[in-house]
Each structure stands twice: as structure tokens, then as C-alpha cells.
Design a protein around this ligand. Structure first.
Ligand code: RBF
Ligand code: MG
Length: 135
């Protein structure tokens, strides 16, 4: 669902290390200056850019904003998976996202494979919407 777009800027910080190892879906965890406490938790998509590096590619981002109910986190986090990025981890880089669409609310799941299936669908949906626009 398209939403009124909004901007997120921040720095990539270390996460819980579950994304790549456990799920096969590495995410960049974004620390923002604003706390974004007003943003509704859920799964979103939108274009992603690195800041301060001149002209660079725009990546297709799929975000999870919230408490990861399957893992029951205490803090609200903003994490993004880049569909079309292949490369090293990029901690400490300043990044920006324009969030353009909402996919679903966060959920807990019966088991691990249901969580991974849901994330896989999120990525497929975002891929269809974003890659035609930004490639
Ligand atoms: N975690 C959840 O507990 N519930 C979710 O519904 C959920 N959806 C996600 C959707 C996407 C597209 C991504 C990238 C992550 C999602 N996560 C969700 C977060 C996932 O649990 C987290 O990335 C790992 O635990 C690593 O911190
Ligand atoms: Mg992460």
C-alpha cells in the first residue's frame, strides 16, 4: 500500500547478528537522531542511498520497524534489507531512506520457518514494486 512518503536518515550500527546468521536475511540496523516513536511499527519498503559518497546507486530497501515480536525485543529498531546489494557489511555509514509503502504489521509466528516465509514474501513484493522504479 502506498503511503505518504517520509524520510529516515541515520547511521548503520551493529544489530543482534540474527539477520544474516539465523535468517539468511542480513539487515542494516539504523540508528536515527530522531526516535521515530510516532512511526507505526511494521514492514515497509522504499529506496535507500548512502550519504556523502557522491553519486551512487539507489538500492531497493525492505524495512522492519518495531520490536521483532518473534524475538520479543525491548527496543524499537529500524532495520533494512537491501534487495540488490551484494558486498561487505557497511557499519558506521550514514544512510537515507524514503519510505514509500507499507506492507504489513509486525507479527510473531508459530515457528522460525513461518517468519522466514513471511520475510521472503515481503522481499518479493518490494522487489516487484521497487526494482522497476530504481534500476
Ligand atoms: N521480526 C519479527 O519478529 N516479526 C516480523 O514480522 C518481522 N518481519 C520482518 C520483515 C522484514 C522484511 C525484515 C527484513 C525483518 C523482519 N523481522 C521480523 C525482523 C527479523 O526478526 C530481524 O531482522 C532479525 O531478528 C535480525 O535482527
Ligand atoms: Mg541487522
Amino acid at each position: 500500500m502506498k503511503i505518504n512518503p517520509f524520510h529516515i536518515e541515520g547511521k548503520v550500527v551493529p544489530g543482534f547478528k540474527r539477520g544474516s546468521k539465523l535468517l539468511g536475511v542480513p539487515t542494516a540496523n539504523i540508528e536515527t537522531k530522531e526516535k521515530f516513536s510516532h512511526i507505526q511499527t511494521g514492514v515497509y519498503y522504499g529506496p535507500f542511498r548512502f550519504l556523502n559518497y557522491g553519486i551512487e546507486k539507489t538500492y531497493a530497501g525492505v524495512l522492519s520497524i518495531g520490536y521483532n515480536p518473534y524475538f520479543d525485543n525491548n527496543c524499537k529498531t529500524i532495520e533494512v534489507f537491501l534487495i540488490d546489494y551484494e558486498g561487505e557489511d557497511f557499519y558506521d555509514r550514514e544512510v537515507e531512506l524514503t519510505i514509500e509503502g507499507f506492507i504489513r504489521t509486525e507479527a510473531s509466528f508459530e515457528n522460525f520457518s513461518e517468519l522466514v516465509t513471511a520475510i521472503t514474501y515481503d522481499i518479493i513484493i518490494s522487489n516487484q514494486i521497487l526494482l522497476c522504479n530504481y534500476k
